[in-house]
Design a protein around this ligand. Structure first.
Ligand code: SF4
Length: 284
């Protein structure tokens, strides 16, 4: 399959220079390759998005998709995966979506090890609503809701997912396309909850290209199964300083998934393969 086959006729309304283009240009070839290799059937892929500039990505990829409400990509994706474990479910969420209103869902998806992939378009600003601070905006950020500067420090979302038991934790940058593709591929192939924080520049309301081009560095000679080292690397950048900012797959482990446990604990309502039994009106 050619990645162009995954394009749609929807008019793209992202601003020129927006980092969302890179995420789109990374996910399409990855899905096309996986389909071509017979690893993932594009017919069995479901893309789930939230509310924000990022959410339009599902309009631009010719695959099954589901628009959810703000902060709720992960519970909807969890339900889809639970109902039909054969599907490959990929969530796209913004930093406001995933780290503010949807933070509890992120924590529980990591804790439960739900077998889905969460790609966070982390531009560290609410772009669609023209520039308010989010949980990953740095201290001092001046925006619509903080004209005198933000007085609180940001969260480190990787640290939160790690502490919650996440089994795949990575960070990418929208201007490092090849690395982004490698991370997306590994994330989709990982069995369990895959979390990818993408530093996606909002060219209009928080342009961090100069900082990231200077500070982002792919990690080298790193063993993602080394828990202690993974933690150290995750803590290397606090989202507040100028960096250096490590990129790559920080942590990866094999673990029982939520679907495995759900099937084991609920044999009366699941088929042998773990799917929730069908009823006359569809899935219950
Ligand atoms: Fe991209 Fe920012 Fe424009 Fe939204 S407002 S489309 S995030 S550049």
């Amino acid at each position: 399959m050619n990645p162009k086959d995954l394009g749609t006729k929807a008019a793209n309304t992202w601003c020129p220079g927006c980092g969302n283009f890179a995420i789109l240009n990374a996910i399409k070839p990855v899905l096309a390759d996986l389909d071509e290799e017979g690893v993932v059937d594009i017919e069995n892929v479901v893309l789930v998005s939230g509310i924000g500039c990022h959410a339009k990505i599902v309009d631009y990829v010719n695959a099954n998709s589901f628009y959810t409400i703000h902060g709720r990509t992960i519970p909807v994706a969890t339900g889809i995966k639970l109902a039909n474990p054969d599907l490959t479910v990929i969530c796209f969420a913004g930093d406001g979506d995933a780290y503010a209103e949807g933070l509890d869902h992120l924590i529980f998806a990591a804790k439960r090890n739900v077998d889905i992939t969460a790609i966070i378009h982390d531009n560290r600003v609410y772009g669609l609503t023209t520039g308010q601070y989010t949980p990953t905006s740095p201290s001092g950020f001046v925006g619509r809701s903080t004209p005198s500067g933000l007085e609180v420090p940001p969260i480190n979302p990787l640290e939160i997912v790690f502490a919650s038991g996440g089994s795949f934790i990575a960070r990418g940058y929208s201007s490092k396309l090849e690395l982004l593709k490698e991370i997306f591929r590994e994330a989709i192939l990982h069995r369990g909850f895959s979390f990818v924080d993408v530093l996606q520049v909002c060219a209009t309301f928080f342009n961090l290209y100069d900082l990231y081009n200077e500070s982002c560095r792919p990690i080298e000679d790193h063993d993602p199964s080394d828990v202690a080292r993974a933690r150290e690397r995750i803590l290397e950048w606090d989202y507040n300083s100028d960096g250096p900012i490590p990129l790559g797959i920080f942590y990866k482990k094999e673990a029982t998934t939520f679907g495995d446990n759900f099937a084991k604990l609920n044999p009366k309502i699941t088929d042998l393969d773990g799917a929730i039994k069908r009823t006359l009106s569809g899935y219950i």
